[in-house]
Structure formats: C-alpha cells, structure tokens
Design a binder for this molecule. Structure first.
Ligand code: ZN
Ligand code: ZN
Length: 365
C-alpha cells in the first residue's frame, strides 16, 4: 500500500509499505479520510520524534478485516463494511491519573493504538491502518447520513469539548475566544451551545464572519479596536455605536493561539475568579511573565487542557452527527494521499481561506 512516511524533519515521502497484519481482536480499516492536526505538524516540522513513522490520527474509514477471536467483546460490536471513526488513544480507566479524570497523563493513554507500520503514530496518512485491541472502545460507528469527514472530526471536537468542561461557567457568562481557526471556531460553537456569550477575536475578517455563523455574539478584529455585535437588537439600541454592545469584562478566556499578547490581554479582561484556558501553548520551554497576584489575590485561574476525554466520546458523536456542532463548514482543503506533504504545508501556513485541511482517499463523486 502507499503511505506518507516521515523520514526526518520536514521530510515526508510517499512510499510503498506492507499492508499491516492484524492479530487477535484487531481491525484492519481502509482509510477514507484523515485530518491534518497541529500536533502532527509540529512533530514533522521540528523532527521532535525519531523517524520512520506514519502520522495522521484524525482518521475515518471502513472495516475490511476483523482479526481472529473477533467474537469476543468489544470486537464483536463490529462487522466488515462498517464505516467508523477511530480514536488512537484510550485510557486504562484504572490508574492514579484516570481516577483523577486526567486521562491525557495515563501511561496507557500515551500509547498509540493505531498504526500503518513502524513505531505506531496514528497511520492515517496511509491506505490501511491496524486498530489494536486496547483502542477498540474508542471506535465509533458513523451513521449512514454522515460523511467520513464528519467522523474524522470527532477527535478534534472531543479535545475542544474536554477543554470547555475545564471551565466553571454558568449559562449567560461571557467568554473570550482568541483565534478563530478550526479549533477556535469549535470553541465558539460549543460554548454558544452551552449558553455562553462568546466574544470571538482574530486578525482575519473572513474568520470573524465565520465566527458569527458559529454562534459568536460579538466579534473583534484584534488588529482594530472596534467590536461588532452579531445581534441586530443590540446594534439598534446602541445609537450606532456598536462598541457599546461589547462587554469589557469576561468570565473566562480561551486562547486558541499561542500568543503572549493574547495571554496578557486575557489577564486584563477576565474578571476576578475567572479562568484563562491555554489550548495552543504546546511548545516546551515557552516562558512568559504573569502577575502572580492576579492569580493569588484576584483568584484568576490559569488552566490548560490537552488531548481528548474518552468518557465524553458519546456526547461528542451526538453533537457532531446531529450537526449541532456542524463541522462541514470547517473543512476547506482536501488533498490526495500522494500530496500529504502539501496538505501539511498548507495546514502549517494557513491562508485567508484555509481552515481544516484533510487528506482524502474517497473516490471523487
Ligand atoms: Zn488531533
Ligand atoms: Zn490510566
């Protein structure tokens, strides 16, 4: 089969590799689509993990083979031909971290249970992947009315919903979401669905327009000062000065961009006892200054969230497949498997039009 093999920093090559062999209670899945995720991009660009590997972990496809012993639970949930969304990490649910609901820190969770060969790394940028028994509980069937692309978005939506649940919010609270890329837009929508008033910020007008569609109450171009209200009522009642409609204080701020300026701003606009959530600061060694009294005296919490929460997978599937969290508008670019390197390049240098980039192996209809 063909696969995009990572051979070193910034070196992805299309190679012919063996179709993975599967063992007892394992699945072989023919990949239909796989999202390009920033965490993979970082590993590819900076060469932070040793090659060779086949990346891609936002994967959806069709089960083409079920390993011997496939009658045992949970492999017997599946049959050949099922359209499924995969989850490459599943926690043990039993260790110190799992008991503290900190699944991303669990040793089993850190193992990758889906591979197309070499050191397991997701494997979605290949024609077929092997799904190991310990990640079977994370496999979700895709309803007939939904696309493989929607299935592939369960993983990123899960990471965002997990982060939203880290915030102690009450309906009607104001939340700043800094950065309206695909992840920021998911935050905007999921927060709005939970009854929050979202102020969405970005540098690109095209993204702010989308943020309104995804439920932002106010949008603000951080390059300019003015803040726009999405609601007609507020516009009319504010005597033409639409800045009046925007709140000066927030109950929480979500940083979907790794920006120091955005962090500084968040500390300023979040009110006492509010929360500031870091979602994009994944680079080790990144330092910044924080007025510690704003944490100790003003009781502003600085919290982080990383990766997914296996226990909310059903809720995520319901949100995505019912299209309350409609991910279809997020996917702007599709590349064939042979062009995976170009897909990674575009995802790492987004353009005005680009949001979610995927590698698609679905036949063009
Ligand atoms: Zn991802
Ligand atoms: Zn565990």
């Amino acid at each position: 089969m063909r696969a995009a093999v990572y051979r070193g920093a910034n070196d992805l090559r299309i190679e012919t590799v063996p179709v993975p062999r599967i063992g007892r209670n394992e699945l072989l899945v023919r990949v239909a689509t796989c999202g390009v995720c920033p965490t993979d991009i970082k590993k590819i660009h900076y060469g932070t993990v040793p090659p060779p590997r086949i990346f891609g972990h936002e994967t959806a496809g069709t089960i083409v083979k079920i390993g011997a012993g496939g009658t045992s639970v949970p492999a017997n949930r599946f049959k050949i031909g099922d359209r499924v969304s995969l989850h490459h990490h599943v926690p043990c649910m039993d260790c110190h971290f799992c008991r503290h609901h900190a699944f991303a820190q669990c040793a089993q969770y850190k193992q990758t249970g889906i591979t197309a060969g070499f050191e397991p790394a997701g494997g979605g940028f290949a024609e077929y992947v092997r799904v190991m028994p310990f990640v079977l509980p994370g496999v979700v069937k895709i309803p007939a009315k939904n696309s493989f692309e929607e299935g592939a978005m369960l993983e990123p939506v899960n990471t965002v919903l997990k982060a939203v649940k880290r915030l102690a919010l009450l309906p009607g609270d104001n939340v700043l979401v800094a950065g309206q890329g695909p992840i920021g837009l998911m935050f905007t929508r999921l927060l709005q669905l939970r009854g929050m008033n979202v102020l969405a910020t970005d540098l690109l007008e095209s993204r702010l327009r989308l943020a309104k569609e995804f439920g932002a109450k106010w949008t603000q171009n951080v390059g300019q000062a003015s803040c726009l209200s999405s609601s007609k009522k507020e516009k009319n009642s504010s005597n033409g000065d639409r800045r009046d409609a925007c709140p000066t204080l927030q109950d929480a701020a979500v940083l979907a961009v790794p920006s120091d300026a955005a962090l500084k701003h968040a500390f300023k606009v979040v009110r006492g006892a509010g929360q500031i959530l870091l979602f994009a600061h994944t680079k080790r060694g990144a330092l910044t200054e924080v007025d510690l009294a704003s944490v100790c005296v003003d009781e502003k919490d600085l919290v982080g969230s990383y990766s997914a929460d296996f226990t909310i997978q059903k809720e995520v599937a319901r949100l995505v497949f019912s299209r309350q969290m409609d991910v279809r508008g997020l996917i702007t670019h599709r590349f064939a498997l042979d062009h995976t390197a170009e897909a990674v390049e575009l995802a790492s240098h987004p353009t005005v039009e680009s949001l979610k980039v995927i590698v698609s192996q679905e036949p063009k209809s």
